[in-house]
Design a protein around this ligand. Sequence first.
Ligand code: AMP
Length: 308
Amino acid sequence: MGKLLIVGTVAFDEIETPFGKTDKILGGAATYIGLAASQFDVDSAIISIVGDDLPQEYLNLLTDRGIDISALEIVKGGKTFFWKGKYHNDLNSRDTLATELNTLEDFNPVVPEDYNDADVVMLGNLHPIVQMGVIKQMKKRPKLIILDTMNFWMDNALSDLMAVIKHIDVLTINDEEARQLTGEYSLVKAAQKIFTMGPKYVVIKKGEHGALLFNEDQVFFAPALPLEEVFDPTGAGDTFAGGFSGYLAASDDNSFENMKKAIIHGSNLASFSVEKFGTERMISLDRKEIRERLHQFKKLTQFDIELQ
Ligand code: AMP
């Protein structure tokens, strides 16, 4: 079985969409990545930090899925990372109303011994210095290092972010963030500029409009499944990253052709994540439902055309 090491926030989220609001619920990049990746045959572990205000039942949701949380530090008397967001009516854009780093402010990640030889490292969204700290502790170069980030870190820690991006293989980022990082409006030009920063592969997520994979002069596009009900897009990008990295770790094949399949698996899982608030849908999800929806994906994207 492949080994997947995940880094990212485990958080309290407060979410408002046109369909309702939540109190503080379980969220965080590493949470969504871990839940999605656990749908594949991988050994996975999360590196993160929380306060002792995070209910034990939230942590149990991760361990019940077989995710190793021995490197998830719990700070006595500390407060867990908190994020509050409000979605616009089109659900494709949102405003961040609060980001409280709390325990994340001074976090020194420790890679567990069992995972310092992980095949795939998924550096989920959090401080780029923490992401770099994890890369430095790996005993041997992982077969694949994937990094996801967001505008918050571009605004607050750009030089640290640029330093870590140099060491990775795949950058996953959404369209607006790709434009912010590169200053290019065209996503093709943005991807080309990102290649010069280090990564050989760039995945640009476009929310309900799918995802693009770039490598040298090759491009692949996967649509998002048109859904009847979209309730809460929070975590869709991280679920995508979890499906992408989980599939690659399980299949031990990092070719462009296999990455195309990983993109489909990531998009497929993200299509479930948005159907309910927070992590609720990912927790109830089973492999039969996932397989059935993959058939729908195949139908959606297959066509025959006669070319002279
Ligand atoms: P996504 O919708 O996939 O972009 O990710 C949403 C998740 O990211 C939420 O569960 C938040 O807790 C988490 N999040 C929001 N802002 C940040 C940040 N600046 N760093 C790390 N994680 C964040």
